[in-house]
Design a protein around this ligand. Sequence first.
Ligand code: HEM
Ligand SMILES: CC(C)=CCC/C(C)=C/CC/C(C)=C/COP(=O)(O)OP(=O)(O)O
Length: 322
Amino acid sequence: MSDSAIKTEIRLGGASAPLGTSGELDLSEVRDWVALLKPRVMSLVVFTGLVGLLVAPGQIHPVLAATAILCIAVAAGASGAINMWYDRDIDAVMRRTASRPIPAGRIRAEAALSFGVFLGLASVVLMGLATNWVAAAVLAGSIGFYVFIYTMWLKRRTPQNIVIGGAAGAFPPMIGWAAVTGHVSVEAVVMFAIIFFWTPPHFWALSLFASGDYARAGVPMLPVVAGAKETRRQIWLYSLVMAPLGLVPTLIGMAGLAYGAAALVLGLFFLDSMWRVKRDAQDEEGRSLTNEAPARAAFKFSILYLFMLFAALAADRLVFGA
Ligand code: HEM
Ligand SMILES: CC(C)=CCC/C(C)=C/CC/C(C)=C/COP(=O)(O)OP(=O)(O)O
């Protein structure tokens, strides 16, 4: 048994102090508070925000740039913590999420909520003071989108939850851009649109092999409500929009031909990966006969794709000064 598991058991058994308020903070507790921030998802969110900031025209002091990125990270983490507070009931019944700090009883739900609200407010105020209030407003909007629109309103109501709510994760490059320029222009909207249309293939690929979890929790994700066949079809349709969108930065002169070539190759790999999901060996209802191997590969590739596409955008600007 791990140290943290032993400590948790001792606390649950003897429970002299409520969880999360013992006054002492050891490494395993720190790890739990960090887990509330969904750090792995945050890493890509922060990276796209950083690229938005790097490709924006104009100057920003490096300390202010670093502060802006910190604010995006903290805001994304804060909304993740509030999401885990709100979703603690369904997280407890899904295998993938059952060991999270709140359902596992290692952090009190109210403590997680206070933590998230405090960090969320602090990130918006700091962003406004360090850069400008347009960036702060878009940052506040993305927290609101993830917490209120996606988590509280749509997630448990409609299979379109991630299409509309997914906008939350598309804002960071726009925030980085606004932090430098003080406004939102067409380039920022293009970066937003790429992530917006990337999100459904990214998430629905995962939901194809995690649909048992969502069905158990009563969350109406597309494969649960409309079946695997329809999910594969919609993954393909969104991919058909997203791959060409990746080329738009070059077409509007925001990036050069080096980025355009990278976006073309990456887009073709993305389409190939999602086509394999669509054409996976399946029964009449679309249930995979391969244990969803193509969907697992496509989910992983979706993350690499977005990372590389945005890396190409930054490299194009930094190396070729497009
Ligand atoms: C509504 C929109 C989205 C939904 C519902 C969604 C859902 C998920 C889920 C359920 C996972 C599984 C892993 C986990 O439990 O943490 C995941 C992984 C991941 N997502 Fe998303 N995602 C969305 C948008 C985004 C966005 C916008 C980004 C970044 C720009 C992103 C980046 C990632 C990354 C990097 C991982 C891998 C984490 C790991 O290594 O475990 N996601 N996503
Ligand atoms: C700047 C800022 C505020 C950005 C926030 C955007 C952000 C982190 C978007 C990602 C959305 C996301 C990880 C959804 C996960 O779905 P879920 O919460 O249903 O997943 P779960 O089942 O793993 O909890």
